[in-house]
Design a binder for this molecule. Structure first.
Ligand SMILES: Nc1ncnc2c1ncn2[C@@H]1O[C@H](COP(=O)(O)OP(=O)(O)OP(=O)(O)O)[C@@H](O)[C@H]1O
Length: 280
């Protein structure tokens, strides 16, 4: 993924001025989106979209294909700018952030991309060490201990350190990518389809891993997923995107009651019922 911000011509600013400092103590929402509009040419993807994510939540974003879930995630990461509206992360207006401010924000979040996105020419060790080295946050000799600690956190023994990504299974690639996303000890973790491509057993153990890391590290998690099992197992709240905005947001038990055709089809079809039953 490129880290270029893609500006839209008609960006209108509606965030109030911010102090220019990150608020990491949970006294403001971790993510706050207000009045967001996204247009590509004349096509409107989001309109008047609001969403607030508080510290410690696992917020899952669901919606039909093309409803703009990935674009919304990219906007929270400062990789795309909305046409209109306010996107604050840790209290900072990310739509107006300078590249120095964005870099500062990146030190406090981790991102797990759908494909795992490891550097194929680097070993497991070097993949996890890379964000630490890029920021030079640790002296050289401490990087080794920190990498092994992150590997241990995601259930990978030191014997895997010198393996190349091509030697790893899909589940292991996800674990290495997660260890890398956690390399800088972020407070916020973005997950894009974290269980995509995993078989049911691996998917279940990856979900357990995310659940325990969320608890142990006190993370806030923002996840885009189509996978109902992980959605039900992990989410503290679910936000449903339809009709260009968030049509429902809340705990699973409340969201599935909302009378909307997408919600009925997505959550209460056969797959949804099976996933809900498995959880009970
Ligand atoms: N840079 C872009 N230029 C033009 N259109 C774009 C661009 N990025 C995304 N879109 C369009 O915006 C819409 C939303 O895309 P997005 O990838 O966010 O959907 P999604 O909800 O994540 O879908 P899916 O569940 O299928 O992955 C799509 O119609 C897509 O083609």
């Amino acid at each position: 993924m490129s880290d270029q911000v893609e500006p839209h011509d008609d960006n209108e600013r509606i965030c109030a001025e911010t102090p220019g400092e990150l608020t990491l103590d949970g006294s403001v929402p971790v993510v706050e989106i207000h009045g967001l509009q996204t247009k590509f040419g004349r096509t409107v993807i989001h309109n008047d979209l609001d969403l607030t994510i508080e510290q410690g939540e696992i917020m899952s974003i669901v919606g039909g294909s093309g409803t703009g879930k990935t674009v919304l995630l990219r906007q929270m990461l400062g990789l795309e700018r909305p046409s209109k509206g306010c996107v604050r992360v840790f209290g900072e207006d990310i739509t107006q952030a300078t590249s120095a401010q964005l870099q500062l924000l990146r030190n406090h979040w981790g991102m797990l991309f759908q494909q795992g996105a490891l550097y194929s020419a680097l070993t497991v060790f070097e993949n996890i060490a890379q964000p630490m080295r890029e920021l030079r946050v640790l002296p050289h000799d401490l990087v080794r201990d920190a990498v092994l600690l992150k590997m241990n956190m995601v259930g990978l023994g030191p014997e895997h350190a010198n393996k190349m990504p091509s030697d790893l299974s899909g589940g292991m690639i996800k674990r290495v990518a997660l260890a890398r996303a956690l390399a800088l000890e972020p407070k916020l973790l973005f997950l894009d389809e974290p269980t995509a491509g995993l078989d049911p057993d691996r998917s279940e153990s990856f979900v357990s891993l995310i659940k325990s890391l969320h608890r142990e590290l006190g993370l806030t998690v923002v996840m885009v997923t189509h996978d109902l099992d992980s959605l039900f197992a992990l989410s503290t709240r679910i936000a449903v995107l339809a009709e260009k905005h968030v049509i429902a947001v809340g705990p699973t038990k409340d969201v599935i009651q909302v009378d909307h055709p997408f919600i009925k089809e997505f959550f209460l079809g056969d797959r949804g019922k099976r996933a809900l039953e498995a959880l009970q």
